[in-house]
Design a protein around this ligand. Structure first.
Ligand code: HEM
Length: 329
């Protein structure tokens, strides 16, 4: 991605924020959510409200022969350059790479002259909350107290009252700590609608499947690792060759919920179609990723749409812009 593109994106985001009087009540809610996300991570300066610790990379996306049969997006007709970022969930840039119930993130910008296609995925098939209000409450109970730690009793009470918010941590806790950003699958969690050139619409959840397979650490291996090892591991891995992922569409069936990202579809019994391969080839300077947001709502081409009935989807755009404005200052 060029620096011009970064500047344009930053300007667009800041114009959104400057929309002042026209700001909706939802924007106020969004500001409160972003504030709560920052607070939960200890209010660190100049970082993202989530995915604060991460590594910027670049590569190529090569579509499969089947992809144009699902979506008319030009990104599925030719190989294109990719800017991507792997990250650790949350707004604390010092979070340990060994932390278990923390999602790893994979954000990608597939750049086409006609407009980019951006996806922001996590290493779990579900998100932690189903509504913006629930996310606000989820983040608020995780704010550190005077001792620097959140109140475990409050977190437990919130989880008991909102059981769907515990699914993501349960899923992560049931699996090993990933040994590499390139050795774990990532999900889009939202239900996208893919539309082909004839207007045929297909509802699908998107996923990247690590070609290296699921590389997990044993408990002893975790103990032996330093708190930051993903960046070095990736550098060494990429020196040997690309780290690749298949981008896969899991096709929905009648009755699969499209409006609740805390619910996983039964993937094993759903048809899936490979949309292409992402080959991550090299590290990029952090500035390439930090000057803009990966906006998974605004940066979608015709032929790929987010879910209209998922209240978590649309507010990601203003939330990411608010977070960007904070690190841009
Ligand atoms: C209401 C819903 C959500 C809100 C308010 C929210 C908020 C945020 C914010 C403010 C950022 C920082 C963006 C930046 O400064 O560039 C962020 C980053 C991120 N979010 Fe979300 N998020 C939401 C939903 C999700 C979901 C559903 C996923 C998983 C698919 C997700 C995954 C990520 C990841 C991986 C990053 C790091 C992006 C990067 O590397 O630049 N978020 N989120």
């Amino acid at each position: 991605m060029t620096s011009t593109r970064l500047t344009q994106l930053s300007a667009a985001s800041l114009m959104f924020l400057a929309a002042g009087g026209a700001a909706s009540a939802q924007q106020a809610d969004t500001q409160a959510i972003v504030d709560a996300l920052f607070k939960a991570g200890g209010n660190q300066p100049n970082v993202r409200a989530s995915g604060a610790k991460g590594t910027c990379v670049k590569g190529t996306f090569t579509p499969s022969a089947e992809a144009p049969g699902l979506s008319k997006a030009p990104h599925f007709t030719k190989a294109l350059p990719v800017t991507a970022r792997f990250s650790m969930g949350g707004s604390n840039p010092k979070v340990s790479d060994k932390a278990k119930p923390v999602t790893r993130g994979f954000s990608m910008r597939i750049a086409d002259p006609a407009g980019d296609m951006v996806f922001v995925f996590i290493s779990a098939p579900v998100f932690s909350t189903k509504t913006p209000q629930q996310l606000l409450d989820f983040a608020t109970v995780r704010a550190p107290g005077p001792d620097g730690k959140p109140d475990a009793d409050k977190i437990k009470a919130f989880g008991d009252a909102n059981p769907e918010t515990t699914r993501q941590a349960a899923w992560l806790n049931a699996r090993p700590v990933p040994a590499s950003f390139a050795g774990v699958d990532y999900w889009g969690v939202h239900a996208y609608t893919l539309t082909d050139a004839k207007g045929k619409a297909t509802v699908a959840k998107l996923k990247t499947v690590a070609v290296a397979g699921q590389l997990g650490l044993s408990d002893d291996e975790v103990k032996a690792k330093p708190d930051a090892f993903y960046a070095d591991e990736l550098k060494e891995r990429l020196a040997q060759g690309p780290a690749s992922f298949d981008l896969v569409a899991i096709l929905g069936e009648a009755g699969d919920p499209t409006g609740d990202p805390t619910v996983q579809w039964p993937e094993e019994s759903r048809k899936s179609v490979k949309l292409g391969t992402l080959a991550i080839t090299a590290l990029e300077p952090a500035a390439t990723c930090d000057g803009a947001t990966f906006d998974p709502v605004a940066d979608l081409p015709e032929g790929v749409a987010g879910p209209a009935d998922d209240p978590m989807f649309a507010i990601r755009s203003p939330a990411y812009a608010i977070s960007l404005s904070r690190r841009a200052n």
